[in-house]
Design a protein around this ligand. Structure first.
Ligand code: C2O
Ligand code: CU
Length: 554
């Protein structure tokens, strides 16, 4: 294994999209930010210099960080923010991951523009479990916002409403593409040659949108997700939620013989599971161009994918997701805990309100209250010092260890007629403490309290097996019998289906303090979060239990 070193300079830079010029927070002036390259088993050291004018932290999304929670990054969970003018060195320990992950800011809404890819190649003496691709093509999906979302966030924290609204365009590698004004010149173009196979490393870095992604005239063979290999399956398009990554092979099999087009659009479009609220219904495009096609074939308009599902086609999304299976080869075995679950947790997911406490007591949320979101009727409140330091330093009063402190309300979670009193939830900083090595099963249950929709639930510190998924209320008696305990996919972000449930399992063998939250940014901001504290077990490492020198103080 090898050490890699990167310098990240956080700074404001000028960017123009959709004819709209503004300064955005970037790493090294790049948007999307620089790609980190490593191999499985390597260690990456990143020096982050905050040359911007606000507090920031960086998170290495999907990296388990074994016994290394101090470098995980979420603000006020594992660290205090890096203040303007300060710097911090993160150590990223890659152990089991292989494929595509990403890094992003984990403070306020900074990840809107502060994000980039992590590409993890196989160890030197090993190779991909598929034919070596000719080239790799990064496909970072995200959004462009004309407004300054951090300003809107501040505003919404005051009013209790949803001032942040919706993005102005989806983007591919930072560009909305040809279909938008002032955008043609910047459209991302990937040059390919007929007869070759390409590996697309697809990331959904966006704040708000589940996305369908496809390429006109081509199919995609999915070979991995969240930096774990899957059994290959071929589709017209994928569905990818914020936080997730997909590795897919594309065969450049269109003959470049003049009779066929030499240019094809790649396109990303929102999957809206709750069409009752506003959403960004734009389609971002990039171009796949056959470099060996005659110039005449590269002159016209690219072909558009005619098979992208409708904007609200939940069935297309479900059908795609159901095909994800762990590879389960000798080199990449499946290790799903099949028996002796130590912790069974049912966690309800809801968008709610909390009483308005500002000004005249009237907020801009529903019922004049403050918009909130919750897990098991607790709307997570970020503390003002980090939980990790409070835990190891035995600082009292920062968090409570009684999550969930009461069983979820029992009612038909997915019913549309929710009694008004169910709209209200409580605020708290409640965490779940688990023994080292415990097998944990979490069943996430979506509710229809203020509207049902998909929720991409993300866990830090672990990848987990997604053993089951279904619609309606989870049934404790019959649903576990439907679990896939043979080859479920290993992921770090699971799309909990609208008005349905998803079950995950993991072994809590990574001591530390680990955030779990919805990867829709506004849901996380509103409190759709909790924390797992995993105890040290019999072999605590004294080094790990002290705040490393150089960590920022709050
Ligand atoms: Cu992608 Cu808590 O993060
Ligand atoms: Cu959510």
């Amino acid at each position: 294994s090898k050490n890699h070193h990167y310098d990240f300079f956080i700074k404001e830079s000028n960017y123009t999209r959709l004819c709209h010029e503004k300064t955005i927070l970037t790493v090294n002036g790049q948007f999307p930010g620089p790609t980190i390259y490593a191999r499985k088993g390597d260690v990456v050291v990143v020096n982050v210099y905050n040359q911007g004018d606000k507090n920031i932290t960086i998170h290495w999304h999907g990296v388990d960080q074994p016994r290394n929670p101090w470098s995980d990054g979420p603000m006020y969970i594992t660290q205090c923010p890096i203040q303007p003018g300060a710097n911090l060195t993160y150590t990223i320990i890659l152990s089991e991951e292989e494929g595509t992950l990403w890094w992003h800011a984990h403070s306020d809404y900074d990840r809107t523009t502060v994000h980039g890819a992590i590409v993890i190649h196989p160890k030197l003496s090993t190779t991909f479990p598929f034919k070596k691709p000719h080239k790799e093509i990064p496909v970072i999906l995200s959004e462009w916002w004309n407004a300054d979302v951090n300003l809107l966030l501040e505003e919404s924290r005051k009013t209790g409403g949803d001032e942040v609204g919706i993005s102005d365009a989806n983007t591919i590698n930072g560009q909305p593409g040809d279909l938008f004004p002032c955008s043609k010149n910047g459209t991302f173009t990937a040059a390919v040659e007929s007869g070759n196979t390409y590996l697309l490393r697809i990331i959904n870095a966006g704040l708000a949108n589940d996305l369908f992604f496809g390429v006109a005239g081509h199919r995609l063979t999915v070979v991995g997700t969240d930096a774990r290999y899957t059994k290959p399956f071929t589709v017209d398009q994928i569905m990818i939620s914020p936080g997730q990554t997909v590795d897919a092979l594309l065969e450049a099999d269109r003959a470049a013989n003049g009779s066929s087009n030499g240019r094809y659009y790649m396109a990303a479009r929102t999957l809206a599971t709750n069409t009752g609220i506003d959403f960004d219904n734009t389609t971002a495009t990039a171009i796949l161009e056959y470099a060996d096609a005659p110039p005449s074939a590269r002159a016209g308009l690219p072909d558009f994918p005619n098979n992208l599902p409708a904007i609200d086609d939940v069935n297309a999304s479900t059908a795609y997701t159901a095909q994800l299976r762990s590879l389960g080869s000798e080199a990449h075995p499946v290790d799903v805990p099949t028996t002796d679950v130590d912790e069974h947790m049912l966690i309800t997911i809801a968008v709610n309100v909390v009483p308005c406490t500002t000004g005249n007591g009237t907020c801009k949320g529903p019922l004049g209250a403050r918009l909130a979101a919750s897990l098991n009727n607790v709307s997570f409140h970020l503390p003002s010092v980090d939980i990790l330091d409070a835990y190891y330093g035995s600082v009292r009063g920062v968090y409570e260890t009684d999550f969930p402190d009461m069983p979820p309300f029992v009612f038909n979670f997915t019913d549309d007629n929710v009694p008004t009193e169910r709209f209200f939830t409580r605020r708290g900083t409640k965490v779940k403490v688990v023994e080292y090595g415990a097998v944990v099963e979490v069943v996430f249950q979506d509710t229809a309290i203020l509207g049902a929709e998909n929720h991409p639930m993300h866990l830090h510190g672990f990848s987990f097996y997604v053993v089951g998924r279904g619609l309606g209320n989870f049934n404790q008696t019959t649903d576990p019998a439907t679990y896939n305990l043979i080859d479920p996919p290993l992921q770090n972000t699971v799309t909990v289906p609208k008005s349905g449930w998803a079950a995950i399992r993991f072994r809590a063998a990574n001591p530390g303090v680990w955030f779990m939250h919805c990867h829709f940014e506004r849901h996380s901001e509103w409190g759709m979060d909790t924390v797992f504290i995993v105890k040290d077990g019999k072999t605590p490492q004294a080094k790990m239990m002290r705040r490393p020198p150089g960590m920022p103080r709050c």
